[in-house]
Design a protein around this ligand. Structure first.
Ligand code: SAH
Length: 223
């Protein structure tokens, strides 16, 4: 039961979310991505003790030394990937499930997100948050995401939400020709890269975007 107090709190979160989205408008984010983000209740993807900060544009701790990315970073990555209806997406680093929820909003019920997480407790956290918020086209899988997820390949888009030493080769193999990947690359200095697969033998175009700060990708082709 939500009750009067709970309802007031929900309205407060909704107002805070509106303000956050308004502030992101100044960062050159598309309206489509912004309205998707306005539909995702970020406060339900952070630990309860962090809820009061859910609509501040900053990363937050989700335990296990990991973080949920800042909203502007989720927005920039989603925008860069042109996430249209019906796409099949691979996310590496499910964390809280929030970024996957925003992707789910953008690809609609005809699309599917496979979100890999290496830490089992976080995978459970992400799956519960997604289910609790009504996202049923996202599967959370516990695995080493640097190996991709060959079972459902190829993917239209791949979104890596932790920083890699370089692009893991299996991820290029599992991307469709014409598909795109967003991936932070670097150790102490990191840059977001957009990789476009241009040929079936693994040819790619690489574009280096802005400097970013992500937790490390850990695994066979990670740190
Ligand atoms: N997208 C998340 C943010 C996750 S932070 C969100 O919206 O909340 C990065 C996550 O990547 C962490 O949870 C970390 O455990 C995970 N990670 C790191 N290396 C990984 C790997 N090789 N495979 C899968 N997940 C990995």
């Amino acid at each position: 039961m939500v009750g009067q107090y709970g309802r007031q709190k929900e309205l407060k979160f909704k107002d805070e979310r509106k303000e956050l989205i308004k502030s992101l408008k100044f960062q050159d984010i598309s309206d489509r991505v912004l309205s998707a983000m306005e539909r995702v209740p970020r406060h339900l993807f952070v630990p309860e003790t962090m809820r009061h900060r859910a609509y501040v544009d900053s990363p937050l701790s989700i335990g296990k030394n990991q973080t949920i990315s800042a909203p502007h970073m989720v927005a920039i990555m989603c925008d860069a990937l042109d996430l249209c209806e019906g796409l099949k997406i691979l996310e590496i680093g499910a964390g809280s499930g929030y970024h996957a929820a925003v992707i789910s909003e953008l690809i609609g019920s005809g699309g599917r997100v496979y979100a890999i997480e290496r830490i089992e407790e976080l995978a459970k956290f992400a799956a519960a948050n997604l289910k609790g918020s009504g996202y049923d086209n996202v599967d959370v899988i516990v695995a080493d995401g640097t190996l991709g997820l060959p079972e459902y390949a190829p993917y239209d888009r791949i979104s890596v939400t932790c920083a890699a030493p370089d692009v893991p080769p299996p991820l290029i193999d599992q991307l469709k020709v014409g598909g795109k990947m967003a991936i932070p690359i670097g150790k102490s200095t990191q840059y977001l890269h957009i990789i476009k697969k241009t040929g079936k033998n693994g040819e790619v175009d690489r574009e280096r975007k802005m400097g970013v700060v992500f937790v490390p990708l850990v695994g066979k082709y990670g740190f």
